[in-house]
Design a protein around this ligand. Structure first.
Ligand SMILES: [Mg+2]
Length: 199
């Protein structure tokens, strides 16, 4: 795959960090007292997973409580992410994290990125999703002239493709049933597949 320029925008949760897996571990593999494993997480929006019957507030609380406590000790990187990101950095790619996280989690996020990915990212953009100051991820990627975006969220991946940014969609239980239609979108299962496509 040859890229016209060297900028790659990369999502954080589900791509750099194994956030859903870490939330499950943090909650002893239960959600609302019901046993849960990663294959149960069939929707990004936990309140829309039929198995758990969460309200929107309960779902938010699950994420927020975890983010408030999260650190390098309980939020783990995705397998292979550290090696792959380092490899891309050594190939002189400009790597920018574009996360839907809100500014309130900026300190924890930057600390976490610096712990696992020291000096590997050129910038970190918080799009403050679902707030009044939200920015669109796809606008950020296209304005940065990104040649590639990497995400695990179907909606974001579709939109970056619509903005003509080729996108790798990380296959996860919450996007597994989605059928890729846009030729600019490529499914990847592991970080090493990213490197294979980039070779
Ligand atoms: Mg994500």
């Amino acid at each position: 795959m040859s890229l016209p320029n060297k900028t790659i925008t990369i999502d954080c949760d589900g791509v750099l960090s194994a956030t859903a897996e870490s939330i499950l571990t943090y909650n002893h593999h239960t959600i609302k007292w019901i046993s849960a494993d990663i294959n149960d997480i069939t929707n990004h929006r936990f309140h829309m997973i039929p198995k758990f019957w969460l309200t929107i507030d309960e779902a938010k609380d699950l994420w927020y409580r975890f983010y408030e406590q999260s650190s390098h000790e309980n939020l783990f990187p995705e397998p292979g992410a550290i090696h792959a990101v380092r490899d891309l950095k050594e190939q002189w790619y400009r790597l920018i994290v574009v996360t839907a996280r809100v500014d309130a989690w900026k300190d924890q996020t930057l600390e976490w990125l610096e712990y696992y990915f020291p000096d590997m990212f050129d910038d970190v953009v918080f799009t403050n999703d679902l707030t009044s100051s939200a920015k669109k991820k796809w606008r950020v990627s296209s304005r940065l002239w990104a040649s590639l975006h990497i995400d695990d969220h179907i909606d974001y991946a579709e939109c970056t493709c619509n903005y003509v940014v080729p996108t790798f969609l990380f296959t996860k239980p919450w996007n597994r049933v989605y059928t890729v239609k846009n030729p600019l979108m490529t499914r990847v299962q592991w970080w090493k597949e990213v490197l294979v496509h980039m070779a």
